[in-house]
Structures are given as structure tokens and as C-alpha cells.
Write a protein that binds this ligand. Structure first.
Ligand code: ZN
Length: 359
């Protein structure tokens, strides 16, 4: 895939709407359609998407998954002046909420709005003082004259609210600012990998899965694992927090840098023999990668304890500012990670799995 196609794929997936719980009508339709170009696909009630790629052998059966959902909000009430109360679906830091543009997915269609906060006009400072730190809740302002207007526009409690889509390249064109890189970077990897594998043989069966509702308690993967039986090994694709930002703890600052290749997680439910294999594959093919000891959870939490235990690894693209509105990603990292995944699949045969899992 050339650089232009990578940028276009990434921006398409960054812009796609898919707050946890509404994937079925949005992001999952897009992913299923894209995977269908290369393989047989299926779906389920929660919106999970499955693509099946048959190789020369029926084992090992490799699950490659990425959660599709993004953090957003839901309307809880409309006040008499037409402002919307909301609760978060997933979680941004509270200080990230104010002044960001959003889209309210009302019964009458998509409506633009902004996350507002009431400031103290008596503070003597220009613009007043934000009251977020004093516990004042932000709200969504859609510009309605009053509650009746908002209702006429189709706004109801329960409507999802998503961050305003935005995608811009850096001056050199190598990096992209966009929303929801956690985990649209991972979802775009599924498509790039499916496309790449469609032109080569591989000694295994691969299931590429887009998973719903990770950000609200890893719900989609539970349903997926009920359905997908006899998985021998799992690769969990993620957008992983870039730690190369100012004032980051130096002990962590080498963990995840933009431009240094795929994150290969040694923690996060890692399986040491699998992470060793992945690093060996990267080294063998001259692909830079970053063994990382990170924090936080992922769908790997659910996968590695299924059946008799499944060797699982999280592999990701470093992204600055995950769980905020706009993040930054490097297209070279994305291309490197795609190549790494392709080599892993091509080399992961029964004998290799035996060596990794030790039985
Ligand atoms: Zn994630």
C-alpha cells in the first residue's frame, strides 16, 4: 500500500462514527463491506464483524482482532433552554471535554453542537474561570432556542453523541491528526492485513474480527469468544498511548514513540514465548518495533483466559493523546505494523505454534 492509500484508509476509519453501542449501524457496516472484498464475512447482534481467510492448513487458527468502538457520550436530558445534559460512554479526562465540537445523532438526523461549560464572569480574568475543576458539569449546546426546539429537531434522551470527525496531515504528510485512533488504527490494520494476505499463501486459518463495546467493559469480545471456537493464538490490535510527549515520566518515555515502529506489548496479558516470536519476526525482516511495558486493559484480558488458555499478544500503533478528541499517528508506523502482521501470519504454522505454546 502506498503512502496516499494508507492516509486515505486511516482517515476513512478515523472519521467513521461508532460510539460503543451504536457500532452496528455505522462502523461495523463499513468494516464488513471492506473486508468482504477479500474474504467471506459474517456479523452478530452486537455488531461484531468476522472475516474468514482460509490458508493451506486448517490449524493453527489465528484470531486477529481490533475493537471498533470509540468513546462518546449519550444525551440524558434537555433543559428548558435547550441545553443537553449527557453522560460519557467510555471515558475522556474531564478537562478534555470543554469546547470540543460534537455531533448529536438525533432521531431527526445528525446535529452539530459544542461541549460548553459555564464560566464565572466575576473572576476578573478575560473569559472568566472554567468551573470544571470546581465540579461544574459541561453540557452540549446545539444552539436550540429552548427545549421544544431541541425536541422538534429530534433530540431525545438516549441519543448518542460522537466527537466531531477531523483528519489533517502534518506539513510533511507523514503523520495524521484524527479522532479515535484508539482504536481505528487497529481497525484499519485489519483491512490492510486482509488486503495484504489475499495475495499470498499462509499455513493457517485466520479470523479477522472487528469487535464492539470494548470501551464500556469489553462486552463485544465476550460474545465473539462464545462464537469463535478452537482459537489457537490471538493477536489484539490496538492504538497504544504514545509516551513521547513533554514531561512524561522518563522511565516510560522510551515505551512508545511515534516513528519507531509497532508496539509489541510485553505486559497487558502478554505471553512471553509469543512476544519473543513476534520480536524475532520483526528482527528477521528488518522491521523496527518497540517492546513495551504498558498499562491498562484491552480485549486481551478476555481472550487469553478462554478455553484452555490462548497465547495472546497486543500489537499496536503508537498514538499520542488517546482517550482525547484528536490524536496523532505516524503512517510509517502503520505501514511497518502491517508488514509485521503479514510476516507473523505467513510464518505461524503448526510447528511454530507448538514451539510457542510448548505442548
Ligand atoms: Zn483501545
Amino acid at each position: 500500500m502506498d503512502e496516499r492509500k494508507i492516509s486515505s484508509l486511516l482517515c476513512d476509519y478515523s472519521r467513521a462514527v461508532g460510539v460503543s453501542g451504536m457500532e452496528r449501524t455505522t462502523i461495523s457496516t463499513k468494516l464488513r463491506s471492506d473486508l468482504s472484498n477479500y474474504m467471506h464475512t459474517d456479523g452478530d447482534i452486537l455488531g461484531n464483524v468476522y472475516g474468514f481467510m482460509h490458508g493451506a492448513e486448517s490449524t493453527p487458527r489465528i484470531l486477529v482482532e481490533a475493537h471498533m468502538d470509540e468513546i462518546g457520550m449519550m444525551v440524558t436530558h434537555i433543559d428548558e433552554r435547550g441545553f443537553l445534559g449527557f453522560r460519557q460512554v467510555g471515558r475522556w479526562p474531564t478537562e478534555s471535554l470543554v469546547s470540543h465540537p460534537v455531533v448529536v445523532h438525533s432521531d431527526g438526523g445528525d446535529i452539530p453542537g459544542v461541549l460548553g461549560i459555564t464560566c464565572d464572569p466575576q473572576s476578573g480574568q478575560q473569559g472568566g474561570i472554567s468551573l470544571v475543576t470546581q465540579g461544574t458539569k459541561p453540557f452540549v449546546d446545539v444552539g436550540a432556542h429552548d427545549r421544544d426546539t431541541a425536541r422538534e429537531w429530534g433530540i431525545r434522551p438516549g441519543n448518542f453523541i460522537s466527537p466531531w470527525p477531523s483528519c489533517k496531515k502534518t506539513v510533511d504528510g507523514m503523520r495524521i491528526f484524527g479522532k479515535a485512533w484508539d482504536n481505528r488504527a487497529g481497525v484499519a490494520l485489519l483491512v490492510a492485513l486482509g488486503r495484504s494476505l489475499s495475495t499470498v499463501g499462509h499455513p493457517n486459518e485466520v479470523v479477522l474480527a472487528g469487535i464492539s463495546q470494548e470501551e464500556v467493559g469489553k462486552r463485544g469480545i465476550k460474545v465473539a469468544m462464545n462464537r469463535l471456537r478452537d482459537i489457537d493464538v490471538a493477536l489484539v490490535l490496538e492504538g497504544i498511548l504514545g509516551t513521547d510527549t513533554p514531561r512524561m515520566d522518563p522511565e516510560r518515555s522510551t515505551d512508545s514513540r511515534l516513528g519507531y515502529g509497532a508496539n509489541v506489548m510485553l505486559s497487558d496479558r502478554g505471553y512471553p514465548w509469543l512476544s519473543r516470536f513476534v520480536q524475532d519476526v520483526a528482527q528477521c525482516h528488518g522491521l523496527s518495533c518497540q517492546p513495551s511495558v504498558g498499562y491498562g486493559g484491552s480485549d486481551a484480558d478476555e481472550i487469553h483466559v478462554r478455553e484452555g488458555g490462548i497465547p495472546t499478544i497486543v500489537i499496536g500503533v503508537p498514538c499520542r493523546y488517546i482517550h482525547n478528541h484528536i490524536g496523532l499517528i505516524d503512517t510509517v508506523d502503520f505501514a511497518n505494523t502491517t508488514r509485521l502482521l503479514r510476516h507473523i501470519i505467513i510464518e505461524l504454522d503448526s510447528a511454530t505454534l507448538l514451539r510457542i505454546s510448548g505442548h
